[in-house]
Design a protein around this ligand. Sequence first.
Ligand code: ADP
Ligand code: ZN
Ligand code: ZN
Length: 748
Amino acid sequence: MQPSLMADDAGGLARGTCVQVYLLVDTRALDRPLDYLVPAGLAGTIGRGALVACPLGPRRVVGVVVGTDPATHAGRLVALSGRVDTPAVPAPLLDLAMWVARYYAAPVASCLRLVVPPGAEGALRRAADGGWRLVVPARGPAPRLIVRRAVDGPAGTARQQEILARVPGEAAIAAAELVRSAGTTMETLRRMASAGLVVLGSEAPVLEDIHGLGMPVPAAPEVLTPDQQTAGERIARALASGKPQAVLLHGVTGSGKTEVYLRALDVVRTQGRGAIVLVPEISLTPQLLSRLRARLGPGVEVWHSNMTPGERARADTRLRDGTADVVVGARSAVFAPVREVGLIVVDEEHDASYKQDSTPRYDARQVAFRRGRDAGALVVYGTATPRPETWHALERIQLHTRADGSQPPAVRVVDMRTQRPGPVSAPLARALRDAADRGHKAVLLLNRRGFALMSLCRACGWLATCPSCDVSLVHHRDPARLSCHHCGFERPVPTVCPRCGSSEVMRGGMGTQGLEQALTKIVPTMRLVRLDASSTAARGSVAELLAEFAQPGAAILLGTQMVAKGHDLPEVTVAAVLDADAGLRHPDFRAEERAFDLIVQTAGRAGRRGERSTVIVQAWEPGSRAIQLASQLAVETFLEGELERRRQYLMPPFGHLVRVVIEGHDAAAVIGLGRALAAAAADAAWPVTVLGPAPLHRVRGRTRRAVLVRADRVAEARAAALSGVAAVADEAASGDVRIVVDVDPQTT
Ligand code: ADP
Ligand code: ZN
Ligand code: ZN
């Protein structure tokens, strides 16, 4: 035996016993399996999915065993340092991760991270018994430090007031967030606390938060609607068959889809199998979560990417050992270690947040399909506004009527060209005043945050733009500033024009903060609850804001598309989309679909308790197809037309797209490489159509170009795109140009 094989603790090596390992590192050159020798002492104990400690230069890194082929390698091999003392990745999840890597052309390590136990990212620790352990941060949820204004606190210094100005009214803000946004230190906050200006506290983890808030949990209905009954029977039959299947549960808003999921969960659990319930954004669905917890008992775990490692470790253990058999979570929950998955529910399947917009760019809906197929599970895609892709491909189960017997609301389209300037049309103002008088609630959607969308000079035409992105800066209040929504750049609001010195700097366009101010004049007595990314920067506060809105009495929930997401809120008799056609001006081929969904979903928030209700859609081009059909709630007509159009242009589902984005600081290099990449993709041996390179607006000082590759099969589009990438990869790397490949992109 060669001495070089005798790596550290290897002891007597069994010559030729080796395994194939992917290291959990991001080095591009290491995106392939490496052969390691298995020390004799471990022979036979290391199988596929095992986590192992591997020497990499002077370091030990965690690797995952993906193969156990003996002696595929004749040269000198390094031995594993040992097995990591943690459960192996179950075979179905290992296969799933490898499939994600292939399908989405992502580095394998980035996909394995989705399925390894928590802590595998971090350091390895050698235990006293010689074994290797993952360093998992302490168990149990780590509370987060939060800050509130003190009631009747002293005024404080000018600087302290500046910091205080960033603490929103009576709400709490995360201390870390405040330190960052106010450019201060923890030490200063502590001093302010001892001076009685603010109160420091700690926030319970999100689940307890949601529980403590008392969102109304409806009781199980005694009788199902006939549609629910039929849907339940069809789903039960599919579950009993034990064959993999996927169905679309298309139910109008308020039709009681959740009840159908709950019954399906009961069935699958009595079969001794587990389930995964996916929701678009966990913080936006506190209601669904509390309903599942209340109805299914303690065997339910939540799963999302904002969990602390301790929370994740607990959920991981409980699912692996079978203490919990249902997981509810955002897209990453599709990888949760649920045993014997029999059912996967994808709620609000139309929601674009199922696609991850960083590597690996997987789509949880597609991954759910694959996991379900491999596990022999039923996958139920539920929504009121199905994607054309889903509508086309899957068997449909439909819930036609609202569960409480109420009629769908009548929608009125208001042509904004006929209205006086201002964000709120006369009919909407009337509806809001009426709701205020009756003590009712309203949900208003304006899909842009900030006070005003731009700041410009009336005298010379100067427009405040971001120095490193090609976008205009958005005017925010509390505190007043101009801010870039792409890179976070901020500057003070100018009072005189920096170009010509004129004092005629004015605001243009309105965001949610501006709407909020306008509403205080229109309906001064109504409570306003603003829900957008600025108002919810603190974790868990969406639930707080929704609960605040749910309090008795007249109130308006206003905000970005967050307000449209599946909430079942009582006493809402007015719903409105204020800028219905804003999204239609985007060149994306899904622009119409998105505008349509937003209107139908927002309309669905109104009139759920049978009260007479009003839905208003404000538009500048009220005649456009998406707006007309949405206002008639004509989902099927819209989908059929949309599919016809897509068939004509060979867009998904009649073809597959792969998008490649090329970006870098050197504009000439980006433009040149974009052209070369597109040409190489078009020349590749696959039948593809290549569009672009098309210019995208600059972000963070990086010039960007997009190339879109279309083919009948995803494998062809991907292969052609990758061959384009390969043709320019070396030059891109040396020129600091980044290339991102996105399979089945949701933005085009
Ligand atoms: P969806 O998700 O389809 O929009 P939900 O599942 O939120 O609808 O249900 C809407 C409302 O109808 C909820 O308040 C729910 O409790 C109620 N509901 C569901 N099923 C029934 C039923 N069979 N009878 C009466 N009310 C029901
Ligand atoms: Zn000017
Ligand atoms: Zn910027």
